[in-house]
Design a protein around this ligand. Structure first.
Ligand code: AMP
Length: 379
């Protein structure tokens, strides 16, 4: 079976690596001739809205899925007339727009951050007065890794940022003083069966995910079912097929949904080595109509994102149960170019292993500094 994937970045790359042992073949479509999947799979280099290229791309495929959520909905709808597309275009469109995403959360009774949707910067002043400060302004569409977001601490910030905030629909959110960020990854098969990974703790810097711990340490027993219930409602409301990620804030012991991604997710990379079935394999099983795999963890994992630069492989791989993934992208500041998963049988061993990582990883975002005792405690 050949599966078509829209988007040829690292998520597509890892999907293909998970799919080859199951005898799947892949064909990718991505506008960039440098897309990482070029190393391992046939690729059509074309704009997503090049319908002639889409027609060629679709020929002979069993189904199409995507690894990039900003694929234009019209491309996905065009393909859906020719072959099955999972997750559905409806799921994609809902997740592409923060307004519809948040409205869906509200409709399903899933607590979310307090927000107001505005049609452009002219309405910001009024919205900020209603919501209060501090607040975060986000473009409704096409934001990622903290891009398209502005923190407003004072009314003067609004004047200062007036030139920067684009004339486009926006969402203004009340700033949440969360205790930590979590995410839940869920998967739904074509026959409606579902499975859930354990809550993961995520640490961001400059809007980019840097570090994940799976399972999330010190998690109150009630949070996992609460997160699963929320994810289940979304999966069922959208008749969803595939992996769905929901990013959450933990706030005074409750969960607030921040946003969702209709695809495999960076906070699930640990599952390649740290779960019985990885998120990538489970996404493929779901879209291909196969039974879902076991989502249980195997020990404790930490995932460290490599942003813009790579460590020395031999130093890193000297650490027991350290796993290196390099995506084959050009190194540029702020760009996700690889990740490391560190696995151990217990949280204590994981803390020890984190302390054994080479100097490259001794950065605040990886919680290894100022001292290991602190990082061990945080596990
Ligand atoms: P997002 O693109 O919505 O995932 O936002 C990127 C990051 O900004 C999040 O992971 C949080 O660290 C932070 N952030 C987003 N929205 C809020 C909020 N309402 N209050 C506090 N921090 C936020």
């Amino acid at each position: 079976m050949t599966i078509g994937i829209l988007g040829g970045g690292q998520l597509g790359y890892m999907l293909a690596l998970a799919g080859y042992p199951l005898n799947f073949h892949f064909r990718f479509l991505d506008p960039s001739p440098q897309a990482p999947v070029g190393r391992i799979a046939p690729r059509v280099t074309a704009e997503y809205t090049d319908f002639e290229a889409l027609e060629k791309f679709a020929s002979g495929l069993a189904l199409v899925t995507y690894e990039f959520e900003n694929v234009p909905a019209e491309a996905v709808r065009f393909l859906q007339k020719r072959l099955p597309v999972y997750p559905s275009p409806q799921a994609l469109e809902t997740a592409q727009d923060r307004r519809s995403e948040k409205k869906l959360f509200q409709k399903l009774g899933i607590p979310t951050t307090e927000f107001l949707a505005v049609t452009g910067p002219d309405e910001l002043d009024q919205a900020v007065r209603e919501l209060g400060l501090p607040a975060i302004v986000k473009t409704s569409r096409f934001g990622y890794d903290g891009k398209g977001q502005w923190l407003l601490r004072t009314h003067e910030d609004l004047t200062r940022l007036a030139q920067e905030i684009p004339a486009t629909p926006l969402v203004v959110e009340k700033f949440v003083h969360f205790s930590r960020e979590l995410s839940i990854l869920a998967v739904r098969a074509r026959n409606g069966k579902t499975a859930f990974y354990p809550l993961v703790e995520n640490r961001h810097r400059e809007g980019i995910l840097r570090f994940s711990l799976a399972p999330a340490p010190r998690t109150a027993a009630a949070l996992q079912p609460e997160a699963e219930q929320a994810a289940l409602r979304v999966l069922e409301a959208l008749d969803y097929v595939g992996v769905l990620a929901i990013e959450l804030f933990e706030c005074e012991g409750r969960l607030l949904a921040n946003e969702m991604a209709p695809r495999v997710h960076n906070s699930g990379h640990w599952s390649i080595e740290g779960a019985v079935t990885s998120q990538f394999e489970n996404h493929l099983r779901a879209v291909a109509g196969l039974p879902l795999g076991d989502t249980s963890t195997m020990g404790h994992s930490a995932m460290l994102n490599l942003i813009g630069e790579l460590p020395d492989s031999s130093e890193l791989l000297a650490v027991p149960d350290a796993h290196l993934h390099i995506y084959g992208k050009a190194l540029r500041p702020g760009r996700k170019v690889g990740h490391v998963t560190l696995r151990a049988d217990s949280a204590e061993h994981l803390a020890t292993r984190l302390g054994q990582l080479p100097r490259f990883f001794h950065r605040p975002e990886f919680c290894l500094n100022p001292n290991l005792a602190q990082s061990a405690k945080s596990l």
